[in-house]
Structure formats: C-alpha cells, structure tokens
Write a protein that binds this ligand. Structure first.
Ligand code: AMP
Ligand code: MG
Length: 333
C-alpha cells in the first residue's frame, strides 16, 4: 500500500549504438509536466535546442488543462472558443483517434480525471462511489465535441483533455523544427514519449513496468520514428490490492483493468502512437489487434501483461531483446 512516486527518471533509456566518445549535446527542460531531454548527435545551428524548448513551452501554454488563458483552457472555461489552426488540427486528430479506437481513447475525460485525481490521491482518500462515477461519466464522450472552422465547442459540463496525445504531437513538431535548423541526428525524450530524428539507429530501452528504479524490460534498435509507452506504474495508488492509475476506461469511468501493465506503440506519426498507446492500454491485446488490422494502422505494438507475457506485433517481434527476468515473448500473428 505505498503511493507511487512520479517517475522523473526517463521512461525510455537511449543508448547510441555508435561511437561512445562521440561529440553530442544534451540539454534538459521541464515542460508539459515532465522532464524533456534533447540530445543532438549531428548538425544543427546554434540555438536549435532553445528553439525546440521554446516550441514545447508554446504548446504547453496552448494545450495545458491548467492554463486558463491557453486554447484548451479557454475551451474548457467558456465551453466554446476560437483557437489556433494548430490546436484545431490536433483536436481533429484526437477525434479521429477516438473514432478509430471506438472511444477507448477519448479526449473528453477531464471530469473523470478530476474526480479520480490520481496525481494527488493517497491511499487514505476515499475512492469515488459508483453513483458519483456514473453522474460524472454522463459529461464525457468525444461525440460532444464540435469543430467549425477554428471554433471548438463542447456540450454543457464537458471538459477537453489532450494529455494522452499532446506529447506525441509536439514531438513531431519538434522533430520538424530540428530538421529545419540543420539537425541531422537527435533524440527527443519526453518522458515515456520518444522521437528519434534522422537515419541513425539507436538502441531503445523500454522500462520493466514491475521492475525497480527503471530497470529495462527490453531493448530494440530503431531509427526515425516515435516510441510511446503508456503504463500503470507512472502515477498510481494501491488500495486493497487494486492499483488505481491514471489511464481511465471511458466505458467504466474508472482506471482501466485490461490485464496490461504497459503498452509501447512505435510508428512514424507521434500523435497516433501516443493516442494508440493509451487506447490499447484500455482495450487489451485482442481488441487492440482487431483495430490495428481493421484500419491497417501503420504501427508496431508491444504489450506487457500482469502475468509476465510480452506480446509484440510481427514487425517488431524479431527486433526485441528481452532483458528482464520472468517474462516470455510471443510474436502476434
Ligand atoms: P498517456 O500517459 O499518454 O497514456 O495519457 C494519460 C493521460 O491522458 C491521463 O493522465 C489523462 O489526462 C488522460 N487520459 C486518461 N485516460 C484516457 C483515455 N482513455 N483517453 C484519452 N485520454 C486519457
Ligand atoms: Mg498516450
């Protein structure tokens, strides 16, 4: 019965496969509620790092649920607001991901997030009652978001939360910016959300969701893609043997109980990977695989289950080096 400490340690560990003594520039920055780490291996004009951090700050201002003056803050405060074309584009993507995942990813769970308040909850706090969950859940549902031009409107009592997709989207925009600034090879690490820039292969590690102090579950060599992990070990409280964590099942209104403890999604589109890692965590292996096949989604996925199974899609299975004891690896058909 111990409260988790928020893992400030990086959720994915990067090790360059090539020359250890090589010149590299690494800088950190706190934004979007996490420590961002940018490592540039090759290229890039002076100030590329700062430009990238400034961009993260600008998106943080626009998309944060706690900044009343930002795009999301204004939508939530008034129920309707005119926002930037960028925010509109992200909201369209979020709604598309909600449709594809049949609502398992839902960007309107803010009232439930506030009810559960996992970030500040202790094991002594009373859990929400079923009736409370039901009455709050009535104010969620992505169909309640409408977008007309650059005006976004929510149905009465609803709240927008892009927290499960924003970092993936911002990682893509930062990668574009770095390339424009002449960077050839870089790693943008945004907590559990990583973007590899350029053609170089990096050895990427995924944290063991039940390990101590960031030990690795597995490693794999990847290039030019996003790697996004959603897990139940980042923020949680445990009460009577049940783990209450920050990923909510929109159907039950409570933390998801799919038997998974972490899901990693790999692909070219960071926003898609981010939204899917959250949705797949809710859905479990079988339903996630149905969605991947039905929509021919351009992603690879690694599911880690409570019972020690690691299941990976065919395109990534062969590349995985299992590191943690007590897990078995299965490649999904
Ligand atoms: P992630 O770490 O990307 O899986 O995102 C989790 C965050 O997204 C939570 O802290 C909530 O703010 C929000 N969230 C929780 N459950 C969902 C869900 N099913 N769909 C969309 N957003 C969610
Ligand atoms: Mg996500």
């Amino acid at each position: 019965m111990k409260r988790s400490t928020f893992l400030m340690a990086l959720l994915l560990l990067m090790l360059s496969l090539t020359g250890c003594g090589e010149q590299q520039r690494r800088e950190s920055h706190f934004a979007m509620d996490t420590y961002m780490e940018l490592t540039i291996f090759q290229g890039g004009e002076d100030g590329a790092e700062q430009a990238c951090f400034d961009l993260m700050d600008a998106y943080d201002d626009a998309l944060s649920i706690t900044n009343r003056l930002g795009d999301v803050g204004r939508i939530n405060e008034k129920g309707t607001a005119q926002v930037s074309a960028d925010t509109v584009s992200l909201i369209h993507t979020a709604l598309e991901m909600a449709r594809i995942t049949k609502g398992a990813f839902d960007p309107t769970l803010l009232p439930l997030k506030e009810l559960w308040n996992i970030a500040e909850r202790t094991e002594e706090d009373p859990l929400p009652k079923a009736a409370e969950i039901a009455s709050v859940k009535a104010f969620t549902g992505y169909e309640g978001v409408s977008v007309a031009g650059e005006t976004v409107t929510l149905q009465e009592g609803m709240g927008l939360d892009l927290g499960a997709i924003a970092k993936g989207y911002v990682a893509d925009r930062c990668a574009e910016l770095l390339l424009k600034k002449g960077v050839k090879e870089a790693i943008i690490n945004m907590g559990g959300n990583v973007r590899l820039v350029g053609q170089r292969e990096f050895n990427v590690g995924v944290i063991d969701p039940r390990g101590q102090n960031g030990t690795l579950l597995l490693t794999m060599a990847l290039s030019d893609c996003s790697i996004v992990t959603s897990g139940d070990y980042e923020r949680f409280v445990e009460v009577n043997g049940v783990r209450y964590h920050h990923i909510l099942d929109p159907e039950t209104g409570s933390p998801a109980q799919s038997g998974l403890c972490s899901v990693t999604v790999i692909g070219k589109d960071g926003a898609m990977c981010d939204a899917l890692s959250t949705a797949f965590f809710v859905l479990g292996v079988e339903d996630s695989m149905k969605i991947i096949k039905e929509h021919r989604l351009p992603v690879e996925t690694i599911f880690a289950s409570e019972d020690g199974r690691v299941a990976a899609t065919a395109g990534i299975g062969e590349k995985i080096n299992l590191k943690a004891q007590g897990y078995t690896l299965e490649v999904l058909k």
